[in-house]
Design a protein around this ligand. Structure first.
Ligand code: AMP
Ligand code: GLY
Length: 426
């Protein structure tokens, strides 16, 4: 079959790598892709939110399935667009319809959903311009630190954690009155701070059945020791040692099953990945957020550990036959280290030549922000996160050691990486 994969990050390179291993795949198209995805298919210069353009490409290339990497097109309704158009209705989309993608697209929607279905999460209330003073009152009922969340999509930057009440009041007011996150902060969720350690749990669902993928831990902060501003993610490891069988049983019973039952009872059809951003507080799991897609850079650690045929799994999602499938996993550890552009997540340079990829041995290289110059064959940086290096190991330390050996072999001006991925788990 012919598959169109949407996205251009390390996640999509890892998915392209995996999909291309399936005997069920004929042609892979990636839009827009990066210099890495070119190894596995044809990059198409499409805009992810121009659904008419995507439809034309689907018809032209006889695409039989669309796999959506990032959240934007899902929250904007790409799956609904396909379902409503007789020309492409029969092409399955792996990724939820808009209503279901609201689990990520609106923090308020997600919180209300969790409340309706008794899913453990931080206590919260949602406010808008007319209820600012109620929000200030609510802040006074909480203890520091204070968690403020823009309701809508804010490219992973919509959460502010404030140490003092004064700071929380002023940030909260600015979010609503000065639209610090644009329309995304027309509504603001204030919630209780949960102290604990985070992890990412993923399922693949056909709307009725689900399969749990290997869990991962992501390192979001730019600086060593989890300091400095948040990024898209600086590295990941899988499995997560503290997510033992008992903890994962709690996750399934208290979070995954009630989420699936909630979707079913509310008649929200969900086909695709659900990413549970969880926090372990003492011994119990709580939901920090839902995402309607796989994580990046979690995918770069999780997908290499999946040994089942991903195209076959996606076909089962489309036909609602996932109950007949099994997700087999490699028991070894994977560790992913992200190479980023100097200055990221603030201002950074693009267009720097990347050298040394051919020197890498014993690790996988997944490109993120890279582009191939077709005139001279140079691969140059094209984003904040540039490349992910993933390795297998019998232990987490072995996997990390191998990734860090290979990280040294890749060079570009301004290269930066966190030297301490996994530091909190050893
Ligand atoms: P989110 O965009 O919802 O993933 O939030 C970004 C980050 O803020 C999370 O990864 C957590 O580190 C932190 N965070 C969000 N909500 C809470 C909370 N209620 N308690 C503690 N930390 C939180
Ligand atoms: N790594 C976190 C995310 O993809 O949202």
């Amino acid at each position: 079959m012919n598959i169109l994969l949407l996205g251009s990050g390390g996640r999509e390179h890892a998915l392209a790598w995996k999909l291309s291993q399936s005997p069920l795949l004929s042609n892979l198209f990636i839009a827009p892709g990066n210099a890495g995805t070119l190894q596995f298919g044809t990059n198409l210069a499409l805009s992810l939110n121009d659904f008419d353009e995507i439809k034309i490409a689907v018809l032209k290339h006889q695409v039989n399935m669309v796999v959506v990497g990032p959240e934007d097109p899902l929250v904007n309704g790409i799956h609904d667009f396909f379902l409503s158009d007789p020309d492409i209705r029969q092409v399955p989309v792996i990724g939820p319809v808009k209503k279901a993608a609201m689990l990520e697209g609106s923090k308020d929607f997600a919180k209300q959903f969790m409340n309706r279905h008794g899913i453990p999460t931080a206590r919260h209330q949602t406010f808008s311009k007319p209820t600012i003073s109620d929000g200030i009152d609510f802040l006074h009922t909480l203890r520091p630190p204070y968690v403020l969340k823009a309701d809508g999509l804010a490219a992973g930057k919509g959460v502010i954690i404030c140490k003092t009440l004064e700071e929380a009041e002023s940030e909260f007011t600015r979010m609503l009155l000065d639209s610090t996150f644009g329309a995304a902060s027309d509504k603001v969720v204030i919630e209780e701070f949960l102290p604990g350690i985070e992890l990412s749990v993923f399922i693949l669902t056909d709307g009725k059945n689900y399969k749990i993928l290997p869990e991962a831990k992501d390192y979001k902060k730019i600086g060593e020791g989890d300091t400095g501003p948040n990024t898209g993610g600086m590295g990941s490891i899988s499995p997560v040692v503290f997510a033992d069988a008992l903890f994962m049983q709690k996750v399934e019973e208290r979070i995954i099953r009630p989420t699936m039952n909630g979707l079913l009872s509310e008649k929200i059809d969900y086909k695709g990945f659900i990413f549970f951003g969880l926090i372990k507080v003492k011994e119990d799991p709580y939901v920090i957020e839902y995402n309607c897609r796989l994580g990046d850079p979690e995918t770069e650690s999780v997908i290499p550990r999946v040994t089942s045929d991903l195209v076959q799994l996606f076909k089962a999602v489309a036909t609602q036959a996932l109950d007949a499938e099994t997700i087999f996993t490699d028991p070894r550890f994977t560790a992913t280290v992200m190479l980023v552009s100097g200055g990221y997540p603030g201002h950074y340079e693009k267009g720097n030549i990347i050298l040394g990829e051919e020197q890498v041995t014993g690790s996988m290289v997944f490109h993120a922000g890279t582009v191939l110059n077709s005139e001279n064959g140079d691969i140059t940086s094209n984003g904040g996160r540039v490349m992910a290096i993933t390795s297998f190991g019998e232990t987490m330390e072995d996997a990390l050691l191998k990734s860090y050996e290979n990280v040294k072999k890749i060079n570009f001006k301004g290269k930066y990486y966190r030297p301490d991925i996994g530091f909190d788990l050893t």
